[in-house]
Design a protein around this ligand. Structure first.
Ligand code: ADP
Length: 504
């Protein structure tokens, strides 16, 4: 059954997990929608901007050329020598690199002769069909890759005249494209591409920028396109992707925190339940532990009191049993009292220089009767030159007694006990070895916890409160040392109590 606090933790967790999950899912869905719509919006805006920029370029170019044609028309109408007036107009129009005027029957009127290879370039253009086209449209047409334009003007006498001119690429770039596109406020790169996709003009180096879209110019620059590029990392999609990554990361952290919270609470809940069980076991075990020696003492005491035992040897044995059980009771009560003092933080230790050998032998002595009675083979080996060690002799004696008591308690058929004391790596090591039940590796760390007793079957029938080893560990640590176990099930255990030698 769950304790109220465990139930509260579970409810609290649920109250966090459920809304957090909903928020996370909603957040994720909306950020994905945002990603899609921002991309759409961005493309729409880029398209509008490109169309507007293209329009502006064409308008500026058309205006410049209209202006040139107006001035040319005025020159053609001047009296005297229109040739010179045309020269003057041409000199003032850097956008026009070459100019030819052709009469209605295809005769070259201006200049006097074709320059260089222009006859081949312009000749076919000013032929009949092209002229008819200009005639029909009534205005200029642009042909031959945007560079050559044809227009129709009239001579002074009213005769139609065909104007063919070649645009100057540099001036087009500098005065038309640069002035119109260079002034546009936009974080994107705008470029003008020719029919082959070559860059005619770009506002900034394109480098590894990505093309977002391109729009076609209309009749002033047919075949050419205006393209919009996006510098790497600057597209809204990437910005949103960064947001998505950030959000996902935050979500991951949130989930990790929640999971960690769940796991910790779960562990705490389990530990609490386990503790509650261990405590109730502890009370039962201690009561049982107290009862057994007490009933033995009573039984033997009553038997002696009744004077029924006449044999002196038997009487002596009964006295010894009473003394042993009395000692056992004392040890047990000492353990419980010390344990409660430790739990309450009231335990103190008095350190005095103590010689080890008498302590070891003295402690073992108190177990002489059970050891002999149960047929234990006992070995004691204390290194001869051990120095005196600063310790609380009572406490260390109690720790050692607990280890010996366990060795006896958890032995099976092979009854052997070894206690040895020596100095290893600057520490006093007192080790208690048995050939008893042994402890499974996964249990070895737990046995030092308070109230912990290894699975019921092994300990069944063996009295114990589960605080003995917790006490040993506490005493060892209070001395600046520790206690460890090496053990294999079925082979026995070796508990080593390590205490620092101190300054010596
Ligand atoms: P207990 O009062 O149960 O003996 P301890 O704290 O002294 O409590 O020991 C904890 C558990 O460790 C014991 O219940 C037992 O299962 C195991 N244990 C301790 N010493 C030995 C040993 N020498 N051999 C096998 N198991 C042992």
């Amino acid at each position: 059954m769950w304790s109220p606090s465990a139930r509260f933790s579970a409810l609290a967790l649920l109250a966090i997990v459920a809304p957090a999950t909903i928020v996370a899912v909603l957040g994720y869905v909306s950020i994905r929608q945002w990603e899609v719509s921002s991309e759409l919006l961005y493309r729409e805006q880029a398209r509008d901007m490109a169309a507007m920029a293209a329009e502006k370029v064409e308008m500026t170019l058309r205006r410049a050329e209209d202006d040139f044609l107006d001035r040319l028309q005025a020159a053609l109408r001047t009296e005297g020598s229109p040739g010179r007036a045309v020269d003057a107009v041409l000199a003032g129009s850097p956008l026009i690199r070459r100019l030819y005027l052709v009469g209605p029957r295809g005769e070259l009127l201006y200049p006097r002769a074709w320059k260089e290879s222009d006859a081949a370039l312009f000749g076919p253009l000013v032929s009949e069909p092209a002229l008819r086209k200009v005639e029909r449209s009534g205005k200029r047409v642009v042909i031959a890759e945007n560079q050559i334009c044809l227009a129709r003007l009239t001579e002074r006498g009213g005769e139609p005249i065909v104007v063919a001119f070649l645009r100057d690429g540099d001036t087009l770039r500098r005065e038309i494209l640069e002035t119109t596109l260079g002034a546009l406020e936009s974080p994107t790169i705008i470029a003008v591409l020719d029919r082959e996709g070559r860059t005619v003009y770009s506002r900034a180096p394109i480098g590894d920028a990505q093309r977002v879209l391109s729009v076609q110019f209309r009749d002033t620059l047919p075949d050419w396109r205006l393209a919009v590029y996006q510098t790497p990392g600057a597209s809204p999609r990437q910005a949103v992707q960064r947001q998505v990554m950030f959000f996902t990361g935050a979500l991951g952290v949130l989930v990790a925190v929640i999971v960690a919270g769940i796991v910790t609470t779960w562990r705490l809940m389990r530990r609490e339940t386990e503790m509650a069980r261990l405590k109730s076991d502890f009370v039962a075990n201690v009561s049982h532990d107290l009862k057994t020696p007490l009933s033995v003492i009573r039984m033997f005491g009553e038997t002696l009191e009744m004077g029924r035992v006449t044999d002196e040897g038997r009487r002596q044995e009964y006295y010894r049993v009473i003394t042993r059980e009395g000692e056992r009771l004392t040890r047990l009560i000492d353990n419980v009292l010390d344990f409660s003092r430790i739990e309450g933080g009231r335990q103190t230790y008095r350190m005095t220089l103590t010689s080890v050998e008498p302590l070891v032998r003295g402690t073992l002595e108190t177990f002489a009767y059970p050891l002999a009675q149960q047929g234990f083979k006992v070995e004691v080996s204390v290194a001869p030159d051990l120095p005196e060690v600063a310790m609380d002799a009572d406490a260390v004696g109690q720790a050692l007694a607990n280890l010996i008591d366990n060795a006896i308690k958890y032995s099976a058929d092979d009854r052997a006990l070894t206690v040895d004391a020596r100095v290893v790596d600057g520490q006093l090591v007192i080790a208690v070895t048995d050939r008893g039940l042994g402890i499974a590796p996964e249990e070895q760390a737990k046995i030092f916890e308070k109230f912990y007793r290894v699975g019921r079957s092994d300990t069944q029938g063996r009295r114990g409160s589960g605080v003995g080893l917790a006490l040993v560990r506490h005493i060892a640590e209070a001395h600046g040392g520790d206690v460890t176990v090496e053990s294999a099930p079925g082979e026995g255990s070796r508990f080593s109590l390590r205490l620092p030698l101190g300054r010596s």
